[in-house]
Design a binder for this molecule. Structure first.
Ligand SMILES: [Fe+2]
Length: 189
């Protein structure tokens, strides 16, 4: 009888940085110039270097976007920094298919996962290496880096979740995470 095929892994994750190498991996970056309107202090935003890197995302997308029943996997790295006392953070989104959930987990650094329901109730969860965050469907999510070094976190979400960035672009979160005397503080809008 012919032995069955044994394959090598097609993707590898560096367990220190969660950087991925292999097939079906996309990379994207967000610089300050691409985050117009995200930070509250427009004057501080204008003064900042538009080319400054805020965060980068690697994603392993083994199936087409929108495929029912599949999963995606990603790693996000947020640089340390602030704009007008507001920590560097991701844009944040609801899922386009509103009921789809997601896992986030902390890998390196100190962060805060900021969550908001459709009724605009906001809270935050501290993100540290090893923290696991289950994001329920219908909950907008963004992550801020509250530490002095890089924040790295992992994510896995359904391949038919999609991203609705427009809602947050138009109406924002109902609270902002500000550095108030070196204490991360959620301040209602
Ligand atoms: Fe998501």
């Amino acid at each position: 009888m012919m032995p069955l095929q044994i394959l090598q892994p097609s993707v590898r994750v560096d367990l220190a940085t969660w950087c991925m190498t292999g097939s079906d991996i996309t990379c994207s970056e967000k610089r300050l110039r691409q985050l117009d309107g995200v930070f509250a202090d427009a004057e501080a935003y204008r003064r900042a270097d538009p080319e400054r890197l805020v965060y980068s995302v690697q994603a392993h997308l083994p199936v087409d976007d929108g495929t029912p029943g599949g999963l995606f996997f990603g790693t996000t790295t947020i640089e340390p920094g602030e704009v007008g006392g507001e920590y560097f953070m991701t844009r944040g989104h609801f899922h386009a298919s509103l009921d789809r959930g997601e896992y986030y987990w902390g890998v390196q650094g100190e962060g805060m996962l900021i969550l908001m329901t459709a009724r605009r109730e906001v809270w935050a969860e501290r993100m540290v290496p090893g923290s696991l965050h289950y994001i329920r469907g219908g909950t907008a999510h963004r992550v801020a880096n509250i530490g002095a070094g890089r924040l790295i976190f992992g994510a896995s979400w359904p391949s038919d979740a999609g991203h609705n960035y427009d809602e947050i672009s138009r109406t924002g979160f109902a609270a902002r995470l500000m550095n108030v005397g070196a204490i991360p503080t959620l301040i209602p809008e």
